[in-house]
Write a protein that binds this ligand. Structure first.
Ligand code: ADP
Length: 400
């Protein structure tokens, strides 16, 4: 092993800005050491006190990303600095350094390293520059990793979307056939007078209708995601639409003794938006308000004038319920498709039964519709509370 090499010549490679005097002074504070392959110079997470400059050979610098993944940050060779970051920061080692060949290094103790840094601003600047470059490289590596992961996630999301689309289409055809036969059976004279059979037919028809609704939601959400949802604006008599909506669920709300009221600020006659999309969004918000409100509760629909950014005149349709409420950490996530709060297995079934879970698509569709109109939807709620039922208030805001 060569231990008589020129320390000053090596330090010159590592610290380009230093003059001969500084280099000599520095070399006096270093000692030469050699290590065999596999020897670990720095242990990630440990407080260690030595700073190294590679003289001969190579060392790999790795970081444990998680339990199963070890990332190679770089391979250090002649003139590279190792272990200075932890000493500057007074922090544990942020990576592990392992010799991969026979390795000769110059070593300096923490205290001498500190003295050199205070005595030689040029050395300090050189070290800062090297360290910053390295941090930047690490950032770049992390960013490109995130970009790759993002790409994979996007592809997975697209696959999921395609599957939903295909499944919904495949389910729709047999459902239509089923509903056709149900209608045919209903008009069959032999069945007309048998009340027990009529009841069964109603049950089957209700199930088929609900399935149809879910299948349509699956198609809606895939349209929103693939941004193929078309907005065809027309004047909408909003008050009438809301009253019709409430009436369409009158049987369900009566069964659950939920009072639904509609109030509208004076002077609002009609809005300009896509009637079938707006109806879909308002329907979802109303169904949810009913679904998450206990029997005997209240749902208030309130329509107000408001403005969007750049003073665009808009309409704020609020659905306020006396239901279970939503904790703040879910306020954003509930608008993601398939997101449901709580344990799905505990949900009861049905469209408007208390806490009956749906497919977790309703609010994703509502948000898609609001966005397609240049509007927003959000929720205000003090939190989930099944004792006091402080409820939730959903705002659906779109330009007029
Ligand atoms: P789901 O089909 O589960 O109803 P949504 O997308 O319509 O799906 O809603 C997502 C989640 O948001 C629901 O699972 C529910 O936990 C919560 N949520 C929606 N509306 C309300 C509401 N009015 N009150 C309380 N929680 C609600």
């Amino acid at each position: 092993m060569n231990t008589t090499f020129d320390k000053v010549a090596l330090l010159k490679i590592a610290f380009k800005g230093l003059d001969e005097d500084e280099l000599r002074q520095m070399s006096e504070l270093t000692r030469i050491a050699t290590y065999p392959p596999e020897y670990i110079l720095c242990h990630e997470g440990a407080y260690e006190e030595v700073f190294y400059i590679v003289a001969e050979g190579q060392a790999e610098i790795t970081k444990q990303i998680n339990e199963n993944e070890l990332r190679l940050l770089r391979v250090a060779g002649k003139g590279d600095l190792i272990g200075e970051m932890a000493l500057i920061q007074n922090a544990p080692r942020s990576a592990t350094v392992r010799a991969i060949t026979d390795l000769t290094v110059l070593e300096m103790n923490k205290q001498d390293f500190g003295t050199m840094l205070t005595q030689s601003p040029r050395m300090a600047i050189d070290i800062i520059r090297t360290t910053l470059n390295r941090l930047r490289e690490n950032d770049q590596m992390t960013i490109s990793d995130l970009q790759k992961t993002n790409q994979v996630l996007r592809q997975l999301d697209r696959n999921k979307l395609e599957f939903i689309q295909v499944a919904a289409h495949e389910l729709r055809t047999p459902l239509t056939v089923l509903k056709g036969y149900i209608n045919l059976l209903r008009t069959t004279p032999e069945l007309k007078d048998k009340s027990s059979l009529t009841e069964m037919m109603d049950g089957i028809a209700k199930g088929a209708d609900r399935m149809h609704e879910v299948v349509n939601m699956m198609l809606d959400v895939s349209r929103i995601d693939s941004e193929t949802m078309k907005v065809l604006p027309a004047p909408i008599p909003l008050n009438m639409m809301l009253i019709e909506l409430v009436n369409s669920l009158a049987k369900e709300t009566a069964e659950r003794k939920i009072q639904v009221s509609v109030e509208q600020e004076a002077g609002i006659v009609s809005i300009h938006a896509d009637p079938s999309l707006i109806q879909k969004a308002l329907y979802q918000l109303l169904v949810n308000a009913i679904k998450y409100t206990p029997d005997g509760g209240k749902v208030k629909i309130n329509v107000q004038n408001t403005t969007l950014e750049n003073d665009i005149p808009a309409i704020d349709i609020r659905f306020e319920d006396s239901g279970v409420g939503i904790d703040s950490e879910h306020h954003e996530l509930i608008f993601e498709k398939f997101y449901q709060v709580g344990d799905v297995a505990l949900h009861s079934s049905g469209k408007t039964a208390f806490k009956s879970g749906g497919p977790g698509l309703g609010l994703a569709i509502v948000r898609g519709i609001a966005k397609a109109h240049g509007g927003y939807v959000w929720v205000e709620s003090k939190g989930h509370d099944e004792v006091n039922f402080s409820g939730s208030k959903f705002h659906f805001v779109i330009p007029k």
